[in-house]
Design a protein around this ligand. Structure first.
Ligand SMILES: *[C@@H]1O[C@H](CO)[C@@H](O)[C@H](O)[C@H]1NC(C)=O
Length: 133
């Protein structure tokens, strides 16, 4: 084969760039348990057809998942439970990724996400069936 050296160089440059590009797309979803009454938070997540298992996040502790795709989780505490998309690349990559991490804070009334542009936590999901006065 008589390939121009520049073509070979460009090919490897592209290969390197696409590798760097894909590793940049590693996000983390961090969940912090800020529930009342020392409650443990049970979290069972799935991503891209993969079952990531069940985590117990104890009161005032956190856990992070590395994600590139949609991260969907069942969450429960006490007799309250819900199912939430806690990372969606299209929805979240620019709005919450703070050094590639999206920070969730789970409270009595629902799930708060740190919104980068507003520099504050904002309620995104309420626990289903919960009624607050
Ligand atoms: C929370 O989980 C920890 C560790 O799994 C356990 O030791 C503790 O008893 C649990 N606390 C409550 C209030 O269920």
């Amino acid at each position: 084969m008589n390939t121009h050296p520049m073509a070979t160089f460009s090919f490897f440059l592209l290969l390197t760039l696409s590798f760097v590009g894909s590793s940049m797309a590693d996000y983390k979803a961090n969940v912090f348990n800020n529930l009342p009454g020392n409650s443990n938070l049970t979290v069972h997540c799935k991503s891209a057809g993969l079952d990531l298992g069940t985590q117990t996040i104890t009161y005032l502790h956190d856990f992070s998942w590395t994600v590139n795709n949609l991260l969907n989780c069942d969450m429960s505490w006490g007799n309250v439970n819900g199912n939430f998309d806690i990372f969606d690349p299209k929805r979240d990559a620019s709005r919450c990724a703070y050094g590639n991490t999206c920070f969730w804070r789970v409270k009595e009334d629902g799930l708060y996400l740190f919104i980068k542009e507003h520099k504050r936590l904002e309620l995104q999901f309420k626990w289903p069936g919960q009624i607050f006065a």
